[in-house]
Design a protein around this ligand. Structure first.
Ligand code: HEM
Length: 481
């Protein structure tokens, strides 16, 4: 039997399909999750001429992202990101991507990570000793998500420009980039549900140009390109290019062809690292602290570990092995509240997955959030239990049952950077502070491309040296979503 003769995967039809499509313009995650629960690991729905496939199990995900990855390009939602990021690693395809990945991957090797780790810990120490925590009255409420967003942005900025932070032009890049990222993120957030759900072939450039916010974004992008150019011009004249990411990109040479990176290419990668590298890590940490505040047992064990291992020391890369519980707290949070909850692909040719026909051009949404909740692999999948990620308990688990960083050749290039960053920040901050979610506070999740706290993450802040024991810790919440 050829693939063509196989049935389409099950899914909503007729009125049910229409209901699914209408609700997905408001919130994409909920209807897709319901579809996965109702119809299984591979489900299908059709809108006008477009087929949607929802993949929610690790075997089917492996097929799309690894075994038959040549048949799948990045999905339509990446078209939107391409407007913000150009042809950076996250959005490019084919030979352009391959060449870039070859050049960029070595920049995340251990010898450079050591340098990046120093930026991470220095920036964190500054936040702990300065705004907003130093001198903060006990129990004051702070939006932790906002603090983490600023801190992770600062860290990725230092990794990119660290060798030149005092430079006049480098200083101009930061604010110009913030403008583009701020406006670009707002715009993509607004347009993405439409792109994902409704409007294949819609003219995105036009949709942006007719909108005042879109036009502001386009102007900010032109300004940014000119400051990046100025900065790269200045940096290229220096004989020592430095070992921040800009310096590494300016000196990089393709080992196969000897080619260097063009200024435009470096500019696109700068934007990509800035965007891909801060909100994700910030959300991973925000969800970690939300879960910990609801699970005092896990949090006490974390305090014990960081007090014993760190004392009054600033951690470095070598501490990663000494902080297994801290790391497990972050990894378990990335399982249950995966910061990137879905990755999208488009089928280049017809295919077959687990006995079902996948039509050519179908949009595939791989639901990482559901793969991470597969009860065959994760008993009590909704519960937060960092012990699942201790080295002795992780053995024997199917490798792709956990994929917060994606899988296959498009796997996150910053995964080690992010894991080290999240673990060391969690350790350093927990050594000094305790966060308690206000009683009765509901933290709504907003799921577009990333999963983030919709209206921030309010937390009571306590300095641990003043109040070693939790005064009014909430009840453990093992079943919380
Ligand atoms: C907890 C933090 C992070 C999470 C959860 C995360 C998640 C992901 C995922 C799921 C992908 C794959 C997307 C796909 O297959 O369509 C990805 C790709 C990527 N990530 Fe991350 N990421 C994180 C941190 C970072 C950091 C810190 C950087 C850089 C400093 C980074 C840079 C990138 C880049 C450049 C790609 C594209 C790789 C390629 O296609 O070759 N990410 N990330």
């Amino acid at each position: 039997m050829t693939a063509i003769e196989k049935p389409l995967p099950p899914g909503p039809r007729g009125l049910d399909a229409a209901k699914f499509l209408i609700s997905s313009t408001r919130d994409f995650k909920k209807p897709m999750t319901e579809m996965a629960i109702q119809y299984g690991e591979v489900a299908h729905v059709r809108n006008r001429n477009r087929d949607f496939i929802v993949v929610s199990g690790h075997e089917a995900a492996r097929h799309v992202l690894i075994s038959n990855q040549d048949n799948y390009r990045k999905g339509l939602e990446y078209e939107l990101l391409r407007i913000v990021l150009g042809e950076g690693l996250l959005t490019s395809e084919g030979e352009t991507w391959r060449k870039q990945r070859r050049l960029v991957q070595p920049m995340f090797a251990k010898r450079y990570l050591k340098n990046f780790t120093e930026h991470m810990t220095r920036a964190t120490a500054e936040v702990l000793d300065g705004e907003p925590f130093a001198g903060l009255p006990e129990g004051e409420v702070v939006d932790l998500s906002e603090v983490l967003m600023a801190l992770t942005l600062d860290i990725v900025g230092r990794a990119l420009f660290g060798a030149d932070l005092s430079g006049e032009t480098a200083r101009k890049v930061g604010p110009a980039m913030n403008d583009v990222l701020g406006l670009g993120t707002k715009m993509t957030r607004r347009l993405s549900t439409f792109v994902m759900a409704q409007m294949p072939g819609m003219n995105l450039e036009r949709a942006i140009a007719v909108n005042p916010e879109g036009r502001r974004f386009q102007r900010a992008l032109v300004d940014l390109k000119s400051v990046i150019d100025e900065m790269l011009e200045e940096r290229s004249r220096q004989s020592d290019k430095g070992d921040d990411l800009v310096g590494l990109m300016l000196s990089a040479r393709d080992e196969e062809t000897g080619a260097t990176m063009s200024r435009e290419q470096i500019g696109d990668e700068l934007m990509t690292f800035m965007l891909a590298g801060h909100e994700t890590t910030s959300n991973a940490l925000a969800w970690t602290w939300r879960r910990l505040s609801l699970n005092p047992g896990a949090r006490d064990r974390l305090f014990e570990e960081v007090d014993t291992v760190l004392g009054d020391r600033i951690p470095d890369m070598d501490d990663m092995d000494r902080l297994p519980w801290t790391r497990a707290c972050v990894e378990e949070a990335m399982r249950v509240d995966s910061p990137v909850w879905t990755v999208g692909r488009q089928a280049l040719e017809e295919d077959e997955i687990l006995g079902y026909r996948i039509p050519k051009n179908a949009s595939i949404m791989v639901l990482i959030s559901m793969i991470h909740r597969d009860p065959r692999i994760w008993p009590n999948p909704e519960g937060y239990d960092p012990a699942r990620f201790l080295p002795e308990t992780s053995k024997g688990r199917p490798r792709h049952a956990y994929m917060p960083f994606g899988a296959g050749r498009r796997v996150c290039v910053g995964s080690t950077f992010a894991t080290v960053e999240a673990t060391l920040l969690a350790a350093m901050i927990s050594r000094r502070l305790r966060f308690d979610l206000p009683r009765g506070a509901e933290v709504e999740q907003e799921a577009v491309i990333t999963l983030r706290p919709k209206d921030g993450l309010p937390m009571h802040v306590f300095h641990r040296q003043h109040q070693p024991a939790p005064a009014e810790a909430p009840e453990p919440d093992l079943a919380a979503v």
